[in-house]
Design a protein around this ligand. Sequence first.
Ligand SMILES: [Zn+2]
Length: 117
Amino acid sequence: MPHSCAAWKCSNRFTVETRSHGITFHRFPKDKGLRKQWELATRRKGFSASPSSMLCSEHFRPEDFDRTGQSVRIRYGAVPSSSVLHKLRLRHIAELKTAVTEGQKKKLCKAVRFKGF
Ligand SMILES: [Zn+2]
């Protein structure tokens, strides 16, 4: 079974396709306090992360990533950002500006609705 992102309303799955879009998946930290903050950031009521729970990179800010190693890691102490929805909206608006045809615009809006914004 492919892993999915634990965040509420996030439909990202750990597949070759999401990987090709530069989306990475990250396990919850072992540190209890930090883990709690990640659990809260999923915005799912009473959510408790299991050892296999993961969050996708869409919930972090660019400065939260450590890209110096072979694989992309989340810096120790980084907490998923609640401003991510805002970030995604901004990206959506930027994409809409570059969409040329009506068909492309519709497709983009549909993608955003699917994600639950
Ligand atoms: Zn996600």
